[in-house]
Design a binder for this molecule. Structure first.
Ligand code: NAD
Ligand code: UDP
Ligand code: UDP
Length: 312
């Protein structure tokens, strides 16, 4: 039985990942400070003898004995990571150093949840892993983007300098049940607004694009990456290449929820990337992975979840 640490395991992605790892008969330890995560996301696991939780901030050292580490601790939504930007950078950078130190001492394989934000506002489309990105180093998104870029640097330096077994996935926009209601990300915002028949807030003219991956597909990819051959380090893009403008996304959600909401237009936040779509040939070749869940099916599941949460 493997002993696996999931940092950020009380969050959206981390809790789904923990479910999967427990279902596959591993011993799972979650470390989370509940900055954006919640007890609700993991309450069904608390009495499982193979599950353990510690309230811990990854910017402080952590001494535990594990075989694998999934490093997900970091707020992911712009409003949350911009709430305390200094802490966001510390979480990515100090958090990575501590978890890499832990991997070095224990010999654990360590996987970093990196992001498509390392490409910034990209000039090439779709984004391939060899593209170095176009990131503003001093803007309001920089605490997240540069923190995640620095974490990738640390992972590769620990690999070269201390021979650590590392894995990096660059996650593109992922959605599904357990996204926080107040999270501010586009999928949760639009669904909640539609279900409550409130105005749908389109930032800018809504022509900017994103590509949305359903959480179950993402978890498959993360587990495949962790257990991939030694020479597969990444970074590997993980996402669903089906690309939609925010206007299209709003229309799909309005239809699926049969909502009466109207679209309203709000200012576009600065440095908001204009287009984003993953090139996923590496994931196909090296992980034998590609997404299976269509945006329609994934949104339906997510809408059902939010209906339950809102009691609508
Ligand atoms: P989330 O906000 O739901 O989860 C993040 C978790 O990390 C939360 O439980 C939070 O409490 C915890 N956390 C934050 N700071 C911490 C700290 N200092 N110490 C311990 N725990 C801390 O977000 P998510 O969508 O589940 O994202 C998980 C990871 O995946 C993040 O690293 C994020 O950058 C990455 N990612 C997510 C997406 C996406 O679309 N969901 C895309 C790219 C990358
Ligand atoms: N660390 C940790 N858990 C461990 C081992 C190390 O949290 O099991 C932290 C430790 O506090 C250190 C960081 O990881 O600050 C980096 O460790 P490393 O061994 O690379 O650096 P050093 O201790 O030599 O500064
Ligand atoms: N967005 C929007 N309305 C909202 C929330 C977000 O139009 O209520 C836009 C946002 O400007 C961005 C896209 O949706 O262009 C995706 O935003 P999100 O915060 O989900 O993710 P990210 O920008 O980090 O990809």
């Amino acid at each position: 039985m493997k002993k696996i640490l999931v940092t950020g395991g009380a969050g959206f992605l981390g809790s789904h990942l923990s479910d999967r790892l427990i279902a596959e008969k591993n011993d799972v330890l979650v470390a989370d400070n509940f900055f954006t995560g919640s007890k609700k996301n993991i309450e069904h696991l608390i009495n499982n003898p193979f599950f353990e939780f510690i309230r811990h901030d990854v910017t402080f050292p952590l001494y535990v004995e594990v075989n694998q580490i999934y490093n997900l601790a970091c707020p992911a939504s712009p409003i949350h990571y911009q709430h305390d930007p200094v802490q966001t950078t510390k979480t990515s950078v100090h958090g990575a150093i501590n978890m890499l130190g832990l991997a070095k001492r224990t010999g654990a394989t360590i996987l970093q949840a990196s992001t498509s934000e390392v490409y910034g506002d990209p000039e090439i489309h779709p984004q391939t892993e060899d593209y170095w990105g176009r990131v503003n180093p001093i803007g309001i998104r920089s605490c997240y983007d540069e923190g995640k870029r620095c974490a990738e640097t640390l992972f590769f330096d620990y690999h070269r300098q201390h021979q650590l077994q590392i894995k990096i996935v660059r996650i593109f926009n992922t959605y599904g049940p357990r996204m926080a209601l107040n999270d501010g990300r586009v999928v949760s915002n639009f669904i909640v607004q539609a279900l409550l028949n409130k105005d749908i807030t389109i930032y800018g003219d809504g022509s900017q694009t994103r590509s949305f991956c359903y959480v179950d597909d993402l978890v498959d990819a993360m587990v495949s990456m962790m257990n991939s051959p030694k020479d597969v380090l990444g970074p590997i893009n993980i996402g669903n290449p089906a690309e939609h403008s925010m206007l299209e996304l709003a229309e799909i959600i309005l239809k699926l929820t049969e909502s009466k909401s109207k679209l309203v237009f709000r200012p576009l936040p600065s440095d908001d990337p204009k287009q984003r779509k993953p090139h996923i040939q590496q994931a196909k070749d090296k992980l034998r992975w590609e997404p299976k869940v269509s945006v329609h099916d994934g949104l339906k599941e997510t809408i059902n979840y939010f209906k339950k949460v809102l009691g609508t």
